[in-house]
Design a protein around this ligand. Structure first.
Ligand SMILES: Cc1cc2nc3c(=O)[nH]c(=O)nc-3n(C[C@H](O)[C@H](O)[C@H](O)COP(=O)(O)O)c2cc1C
Length: 216
């Protein structure tokens, strides 16, 4: 079994990567080989609308563009579980993650029939969001549109789960930055009391989504 995590945060070792690493630890606990990909280390673009994936006779569920994402996408189609992690920037996933999803997702979509599945395998997918927003704001203003982001992942044929971690700790030392809109004491409390629960949830999602594909 294989599980791949894609970090859509430019900050290595921070909230998003921490959750993804827990998901991978969960995947390892059920016997998977794992890999973490840092999107911000790669040179790639979003979809260039070349339509190679829609050509008569050459329709493919894999993007034809040959840049640093090509090998990553190839590996994803040989995996059992895929974990995507993104911080929320201006109410949405990061630009790098948008481009990644265009490249993974557009070739999965048939222009003959939206209901047709081009990829007939099964890859279970977990989508992890981290954000400054507290849970109530996420639920009322962001949850639905962010869950829609997971829609294209349904075309991977597996189970899709979405998890959001709220009120994340953003600076290692709040006193060194202009952070007047944040209550650092509250943020620290969330980091100490809630974030460990988020990590545990990520671990469990990692176990669950990977073991769903265990044929033994
Ligand atoms: C450019 C930028 C825009 C952001 N916009 C939002 C936002 O709209 N809503 C929000 O809740 N948090 C926002 N944040 C905060 C991050 O989503 C949050 O700190 C996240 O947990 C960072 O993930 P990381 O620690 O893995 O980098 C923004 C951060 C940056 C740098």
């Amino acid at each position: 079994m294989k599980a791949i995590a894609i970090n859509g945060s430019p900050r290595k070792g921070w909230n998003t990567e921490k959750l993804l690493k827990e998901a991978l630890r969960g995947a390892e606990s059920v016997g998977a080989e794992t890999k973490l990909v840092q999107l911000y280390d790669l040179n790639y673009t979003g979809c260039k609308s070349c339509f190679a994936c829609k050509r008569q006779g050459a329709e493919s569920y894999q993007c034809a563009l040959k840049d640093d994402l090509a090998i990553v996408i190839e590996e994803i189609f040989n995996a059992d579980a895929l974990f995507l992690g993104s911080p929320i920037y201006f109410g949405d996933i990061t630009g790098q993650m948008v481009c990644f999803i265009e490249r993974l997702g557009f070739p999965l979509l048939s222009y003959d029939d939206y209901t047709k599945r081009l990829f007939d395998g099964k890859i279970n997918a977990g989508l992890f969001f981290t954000m400054n927003a507290p849970e109530a704001f996420y639920k009322s203003n962001m949850e639905q549109s962010l869950k829609n982001r997971a829609g294209i992942l349904q075309r991977l044929g597996g189970t899709v789960e979405v998890y959001a971690a709220h009120d994340t700790y953003q600076f290692s030392d709040y006193s060194k930055y202009h952070t007047g809109i944040f209550d650092e004491v509250h943020k620290r409390k969330v980091r100490e009391e809630q974030f460990p629960n988020d990590m545990e949830a990520a671990y469990e999602i990692g176990c669950r989504l990977t073991s769903l594909n265990n044929k033994f």
